[in-house]
Design a protein around this ligand. Structure first.
Ligand SMILES: NC(=O)c1ccc[n+]([C@@H]2O[C@H](COP(=O)([O-])OP(=O)(O)OC[C@H]3O[C@@H](n4cnc5c(N)ncnc54)[C@H](OP(=O)(O)O)[C@@H]3O)[C@@H](O)[C@H]2O)c1
Ligand SMILES: *[C@@H]1O[C@H](CO)[C@@H](O)[C@H](O)[C@H]1NC(C)=O
Ligand SMILES: *[C@@H]1O[C@H](CO)[C@@H](O)[C@H](O)[C@H]1NC(C)=O
Length: 329
């Protein structure tokens, strides 16, 4: 009996140490893995890998870009034209479409441009059917689901500028185009066993952003949809990418000054296009990826505090600006 317990005691202590040591190694391994993944997400697509042959991956000569008359979408249209794609511009305002078409053709003569004006606040299926009938006249190798709408400024749901009409517009514009245009164009891509779809989400979809509820939630929808479509269509030879930018200097962001962390549309898209085929879900720009990876290392409850503080700060500044403008009128 006593020999038995003498014999057993050290084993229990050893067992305990062994578990602690294993847990320690596991923790170190988990942290190392997390850090290496972060570094890989930055260095892989933005430093190491060379761009793929987009023409080959696309398998057809036309690129469709929504929201193609400004900001990021316009930059996608220009960059795809530069790479020799014919471009189908889809946006709300015909005069801006004509202007963009002219600008692109002045720079790149050996391609074709078509335009279609569609107001994406229009959720009618018949509207989409007409648009798709027109788009499917050409062989589409690339679809850039870029069009999007955000808040005027961050605000709690029931006080959002523009009220429920704005909320409906944001929900419709941010979710229907990637859903219905993908569904309507995939058949010809599946038939060719080639094609590229880029869905432009936002880093706002990566967190539950206070004062951005509908924008953040619709962008989460985009990344979720895009991720599932990737699984559904990768065996059909189709590349589906999610691009979730941080701040880009465009009309939407109301930022005019570019900086290390805030590229303009052209700078952003030159980088983002080179990540197709090299990153399935990425921010599109190296300094954005750096920001994202650092944010992801911060524990969620602290990150939430930081983001909420930023949202309230942005709202405060926007309301102050409004007041000033109202006074000066
Ligand atoms: N800028 C950023 O910091 C940022 C960050 C993360 C994600 N994003 C995402 O990137 C995408 C592009 O944003 P952006 O900053 O380039 O936007 P932007 O500068 O505001 O450009 C928006 C484009 O979409 C068109 N558009 C707007 N409302 C439309 C409607 N109802 N129907 C049809 N077309 C419409 C505009 O055409 P009209 O001029 O004719 O209205 C314009 O061509 C969006 O999905 C956005 O959520 C942007
Ligand atoms: C919503 O979209 C409709 C149709 O384009 C437009 O007339 C209206 O001004 C928009 N409302 C808001 C608040 O953005
Ligand atoms: C954000 O945090 C800073 C520093 O703690 C604080 O001074 C500021 O008032 C906060 N802003 C808002 C809008 O809560």
């Amino acid at each position: 009996m006593s020999t038995n317990s003498n014999f057993e005691q050290p084993t229990v202590v050893m067992g305990c140490q062994c578990a602690l040591v294993s847990a320690g190694y596991l923790a170190i391994f988990a942290v190392a893995y997390r850090l290496l993944t972060s570094i890989w997400n930055i260095v892989g697509p933005y430093v190491l890998f060379s761009p793929i042959d987009l023409k080959k991956r696309a398998g057809a000569g036309w690129a469709v870009v929504t929201g193609a008359t400004d900001g990021i979408g316009k930059a996608y249209a220009f960059e795809l034209a530069r790479r020799g794609f014919n471009v189908f511009l889809v946006s709300r305002t015909q005069s801006k479409l004509d202007e963009t078409k002219k600008e692109i053709l002045e720079k790149y003569q050996n391609i074709e441009i078509r335009t279609y004006s569609y107001d994406f606040t229009n959720a009618a299926v018949s509207g989409y059917q007409d648009l798709l009938a027109e788009l499917n006249q050409v062989e589409i190798g690339v679809l850039i689901n870029n069009v999007g709408l955000s808040y005027e400024y961050p605000e709690v749901l029931h006080k959002v500028d523009g009220g429920i009409e704005r909320l409906a517009n944001i929900t419709t514009i941010n979710t229907l185009p990637p859903t219905l245009l993908s569904a309507g164009i995939l058949p010809q891509m599946v038939e060719r066993k080639a094609g590229v779809i880029v869905n432009v989400g936002s880093s706002a979809g990566a967190n539950q952003m206070t004062l951005w509820a509908v924008y953040s939630a619709t962008k989460k929808y985009v990344s979720w949809l895009s991720g599932i479509l990737r699984k559904e269509y990768e065996s059909h030879g189709i590349t589906i990418q999610t691009i979730a930018p941080m701040m880009v200097a465009t009309k939407m962001s109301k930022v005019k000054k570019t900086s290390f962390f805030t590229p303009n549309g052209e700078q952003f898209v030159k980088s983002a296009l080179n990540t197709i085929g090299n990153a399935a879900d990425t921010t599109g720009y190296i300094s954005h990826q750096l920001q994202l990876e650092v944010m992801d290392l911060i524990p969620e409850f602290i990150r939430d505090k930081i983001l909420t503080n930023m949202s309230f700060g942005t709202r405060k500044a926007a309301l102050r600006k409004r007041e000033r403008e109202a006074k000066s009128q």
